[in-house]
Design a protein around this ligand. Structure first.
Ligand SMILES: [Zn+2]
Length: 266
């Protein structure tokens, strides 16, 4: 997170902040995205300073998904930036409803759904349900800039993790159809060539899938233990790396099942 002083110029030029804290220009109230990790006093201080500087307040807090680096700071904000108004804290439901509690239960989530729109001064944010990284993940389309706040579905550097590869690829395909111009990821720098990056994510996973399918095709009727499968499919990869990728391999197998593509393994 940049220091507020470093962000001043970006605020003045009315661009979106790289920390994704504020989405409209003053003097309107602001939407806070990515409330961050718990117990980061610098973040809270920067946020307080920004709100005072622009004589504004938090309109809503949007939570992209349940992970702690996207929810952990909520309680600190509610406790430290107390305006006497209960904040609306917005997120999407998990697939299987689970009661989600924030701190001492004084704050509760307001659950929205795919396609809902949140308005603030200068910004219209459309919620896009994009599961895969988690089953409650949302991205947000900033209509005025045709830009996407991608949460952890797409990162500015490195690759992201996922709970469900089938859902993850479907979400990427969905984002591809939106045809955004740029992406503000939950972590890392802004992605300027949005379409190319989304296609890169999809093709990276497809390449592994083809490799796995080809292996099964060449070994019809044979039975392998998972360890042997990994050794044969990842034959050009050092063992410590494919062991680390073991969990991704399982995700690929689950996806193949959901796609209805048959394979035999034991
Ligand atoms: Zn995450």
């Amino acid at each position: 997170l940049k220091k507020f002083s470093e962000l001043q110029e970006e605020i003045d030029s009315k661009t979106i902040l790289s920390c994704h804290s504020l989405t409209s220009s003053p003097p309107g109230w602001r939407i806070l995205m990515v409330p961050g990790e718990p117990s980061i006093p610098n973040y809270i201080n920067c946020l307080k300073q920004a709100l005072i500087e622009f004589n504004t307040s938090i309109q809503e807090i949007i939570v992209a998904h349940w992970h702690q680096d996207h929810t952990g700071g909520i309680l600190d904000i509610c406790n430290s930036i107390n305006t006497g108004i209960t904040y609306h804290i917005i997120k999407l439901l998990h697939n299987l409803f689970m009661e989600e509690v924030i701190g001492n239960k004084e704050q509760k989530y307001v659950y929205l759904k795919d396609g809902d729109v949140i308005n603030t001064e200068g910004a219209t944010l459309k919620i896009l349900y994009t599961p895969g990284h988690t089953d409650d993940h949302m991205t947000l389309l900033l209509e005025e800039k045709n830009a996407l706040f991608s949460g952890d579905c797409m990162l500015g550097e490195g690759t992201t993790i996922f709970e469900d590869l089938y859902d993850f690829i479907n979400s990427l395909e969905k984002l591809l159809k939106v045809k955004v111009d740029l992406i503000y990821p939950g972590h890392g720098p802004v992605i300027n060539d949005a379409e190319a990056k989304i296609r890169e994510y999809i093709s990276h996973r497809n390449a592994w899938e083809h490799q796995i399918l080809n292996f099964f095709h060449d070994n019809i009727g044979k039975l392998f233990t998972e360890t042997n499968l990994l050794k044969m499919i990842y034959k050009n990869t050092p063992e410590h790396l494919y062991k680390a990728d073991n969990i991704n391999f399982s995700f690929h197998l689950n996806k193949l099942e959901k796609d209805g593509k048959n394979y035999q393994a034991q």
